[in-house]
Design a protein. Structure first.
Length: 202
């Protein structure tokens, strides 16, 4: 088990340049598919920017981590170490990202310490495990979601269309009373944006 600060950011490959621009390319430790791991110190400004409403268009999750382990055998010990850093015995939500995340979460639920109270709701902290390139990065935050979400949307496509409408207001007329056809509307992010803009949706 290694104690070290990292920032794990999950985002589509096409938006990695934006994330690197915010945090700093010189801090990139791992640049894997749809995920970047930054090492060392990163500014609070960069962290706040990646968690902002504007960043929801291109950031899936942002996880500050404090512990890294290379083998699954060390995971339970690291899990307990991260939890013990919290004051008191707070209820935590377990979140796992990465390849085979379902099996990894099942392993932790079956083998994890019973002294750690886990709950999907009513928790005070979120304990996140990020699996990247056969390593496990662990961190705990107070936020329920790694990316701030003031408005519930059905998909990230909502924010992409909102950005396009803001950049080219004359090219996309999402105004009250406008009729819009959303072809292949699944899961419906574009439809939701158009309805919120006051369009009559067909």
């Amino acid at each position: 088990m290694k104690i070290a600060r990292h920032l794990v950011v999950r985002c589509p490959h096409t938006y990695k340049w934006r994330v690197k621009e915010e945090v700093g390319s010189d801090h990139v430790l791992v640049n894997a598919r749809d995920v970047i791991v930054f090492s060392g110190e990163y500014s609070k400004v960069a962290l706040a920017t990646l968690r902002s409403r504007d960043a929801r268009r291109y950031v899936i999750s942002v996880t500050p981590t404090t512990v890294v382990v290379a083998h699954i055998d060390e995971l339970v010990e690291a899990f307990l170490h991260v939890y013990d850093e919290l004051d008191g015995r707070p209820v935590v939500k377990l979140v796992v990202h990465g390849d085979d995340y379902a099996a990894l979460k099942r392993f932790l639920l079956e083998n994890g310490p019973e002294t750690v109270p886990l709950a999907p709701r009513g928790h005070q902290h979120v304990l996140t495990i990020e699996r990247v390139d056969s390593k496990y990065y662990l961190g705990v935050t107070k936020e329920e979601k790694c990316v701030v979400d003031e408005k519930t949307v059905v998909s990230r496509a909502y924010w992409k269309l909102a950005e396009a409408a803001a950049r080219w207001p004359n090219g996309f007329a999402a105004r009250p009373g406008t009729r819009v056809v959303d072809v292949g509307a699944s899961p419906g992010g574009w439809s939701q944006y158009c309805l919120d803009a006051g369009c009559d949706l067909v």
